[in-house]
Design a protein. Structure first.
Length: 253
């Protein structure tokens, strides 16, 4: 074969080699950036399990009912979602989605109970002390559960949510879903249901045994002002009215 005939083949081979090298470098760089982005998100959001702050004790009931509130506070670094491919994908499916920088939780007494994420972005339960002026709070119901019972209720709610969907989802498996599920579990009018659900949870996980007092019905005089379903519905409405919606038609175009 002549030199002139081999020249196109030589150029083609060189191009292929350069393309493969460039592609490999690009993929490597992409993976590096992905890891950096993941570490940045984990650092900014503080992902992962956190120490339990609820004092050790036996789960039980308190003498006087306690106010149950839902509350939100800003999440540092939460705006990362809008810049990701996930945010772009959501924009093609729906017009609005909840602002990821607004984090909702259940607050009773001195503690907050909340859904969080581990390093794999799977949902977990965490609690914390209710810092003064950190939360915007809306009182929505009452409970007779003590702090340890509330902690176990939070664990139970997350367990049940993970049975259906382990991974965090901005629309279907988020902090708002957790807050409403926990509110439904702990409110005064649902004590018997709570006892039954807790017994099932403890049998499934091997964690303790539910006290008989949770299976007793409260006296009528201690029932909440609204039926349980109305309390959850009201809380859902409060959340919806006070959660900023990101308009994807404007955010990404």
């Amino acid at each position: 074969m002549s030199a002139s005939g081999s020249e196109p083949q030589s150029k083609s081979s060189t191009f292929k080699s350069l393309f493969k090298a460039g592609l490999s470098k690009g993929l490597s760089k992409g993976k590096e950036e992905l890891v950096k982005g993941k570490l940045h998100v984990e650092h900014a959001l503080g992902l992962g399990h956190q120490p339990n702050v609820v004092p050790a004790g036996e789960p039980g009931l308190v003498e006087s009912s306690r106010a149950v509130a839902i509350g939100w506070h800003p999440v540092p670094g939460g705006g990362w979602l809008a810049q990701t491919g996930l945010g772009q994908m959501i924009s093609k499916k729906i017009k609005n989605y909840p602002d990821p920088t607004q984090h909702w939780a259940i607050l009773v007494g001195d503690y907050c109970h909340q859904l969080w994420m581990d390093e794999d972005l799977d949902i977990i339960y965490i609690n914390g002390e209710k810092a003064q002026n950190e939360w915007t709070i809306y009182e929505v119901g009452k409970t007779k559960l003590n702090d340890e019972a509330l902690r176990q209720a939070g664990e139970m709610v997350i367990y049940n949510m993970r049975e259906k969907q382990k991974g965090y989802n901005l629309i279907t498996n988020n902090c708002q879903n957790f807050a409403l599920n926990m509110l439904d579990a702990i409110q005064i009018g649902k004590q018997r249901e709570f006892g039954t659900a807790m017994a099932i949870f403890q049998r499934a996980t091997g964690k303790g045994r539910v006290a008989d007092l949770f299976l007793e019905k409260l006296p009528e005089s201690e029932e909440d002002d609204k039926p349980p379903d109305q309390i959850v519905q009201h809380a859902s409405q409060v959340m919806d009215e006070n959660t900023t919606k990101i308009d994807t038609h404007h955010s990404f175009h």
